[in-house]
Design a binder for this molecule. Structure first.
Ligand SMILES: Cc1cc2nc3c(=O)[nH]c(=O)nc-3n(C[C@H](O)[C@H](O)[C@H](O)COP(=O)(O)O)c2cc1C
Length: 295
């Protein structure tokens, strides 16, 4: 039940890390290649990391022809994240990926804070994507909306099978000396520890409103952090910024999670989903790891 967060692991340069996950999530792919934003695109802050990568990717054609066959050799289920600048961009990506047997799940990135102009209309995009695929379809949402539960319900009603929560939230870092923004673009997406309570609140609200399968992410650095996302309602957890600091972290977090789980009296992490909610809610089907660790 441990995944990487989109854009936080290059599986082709770190195949062993990718293989230690239960599924690998690609960086967001768009129909056309994108170089991304001007550097500087990454800045550390005392509460996490700011990035303004801007959806740099090789584009759909090269992704399908060159990258997908190599990713398939990893032998882990592949989730492909797709993005775009119009409803049709998403539909085009999903339609193409639907024909690729290597792709297990499609994640719609409906929440990139680092590109201009397109306010993603969640329901419209999910509906258009749904029409193009029978593969599991996840909607990745921003926590920076007034009511994430309402957006989650809209995604579900438009045909999403699950939710990925959360993407980064806009933040700014200033240079100590010049007091100018440290990222060339100004603001960027904040990830890491500062996102933890924000992610927990989003997962908690979305689960209560929808009961959908949820990939929880945002600042996870320990098994305890993962446990809390499961209790809030996630049935999978994704690791993002922590992978930049320590690519070997997957095994540690997995072991800690199993230990935390049994300390809290649960038979396995799959049983923790929704535990933070009042008794009597039906959890979605438990997702067990393919990398069991004994407690
Ligand atoms: C450098 C970087 C690149 C990212 N690229 C993407 C991306 O391409 N698509 C996407 O949906 N999310 C992207 N994200 C967001 C992460 O997938 C994740 O939602 C976010 O970082 C929160 O998790 P974390 O606090 O564990 O990093 C990126 C995050 C970082 C730090």
């Amino acid at each position: 039940m441990l995944l990487n967060a989109s854009g936080c692991l290059d599986a082709l340069t770190a195949p062993d890390v990718a293989r230690s996950l239960d599924a690998y999530v690609t960086k967001t792919v768009t129909p056309l290649p994108r170089g991304g934003n001007e550097p500087v695109r990454i800045a550390e802050t005392d509460l996490g990391m700011l990035n303004s990568i801007g959806l740099a990717n090789p584009g759909l054609d090269r992704f399908v022809d060159e990258y997908l066959p190599r990713l398939a050799e990893l032998g882990v289920p592949l989730w492909v994240s797709v993005g775009g600048f119009s409803v049709d961009d998403y539909a085009q990506c999903v339609s193409r990926l639907d024909a690729q047997s290597e792709v297990s799940t499609i994640e719609l990135n409906l929440s990139c804070p680092n590109v201009d102009a397109f306010e993603e209309p969640t329901a419209e995009i999910v509906e258009a994507a749904r029409a193009e695929t029978s593969k599991p379809l996840y909607a990745k949402l921003s926590p920076a909306v007034p009511d994430v539960a309402a957006v989650a319900v809209a995604a579900r009603d438009a045909g999403a099978d699950g939710l990925s929560l959360v993407n980064t939230i806009r933040g700014l870092a200033l240079d100590e000396r010049t007091l100018q923004p440290r990222l060339a673009r100004g603001a960027g997406g904040l990830s890491g520890p500062a996102l933890r309570p924000i992610a927990l609140a989003a997962v908690y609200a979305a689960y209560a409103a929808t009961h959908m399968p949820i990939v929880g992410m945002g600042g996870v650095e320990t098994g305890r952090h993962a446990l809390e996302l499961l209790a809030a309602g996630a049935n999978r957890v994704a690791l993002g910024t922590v992978l930049f600091a320590d690519p070997g972290v997957v095994a540690r977090i997995r072991a800690e999670l199993v230990q935390e789980t049994s300390q809290h009296g649960f038979a396995s992490p799959g049983n923790v989903t929704g535990a933070a909610h009042a008794a009597g809610m039906d959890a979605p089907e438990a997702v067990e790891s393919t990398h069991p660790v004994s407690a």
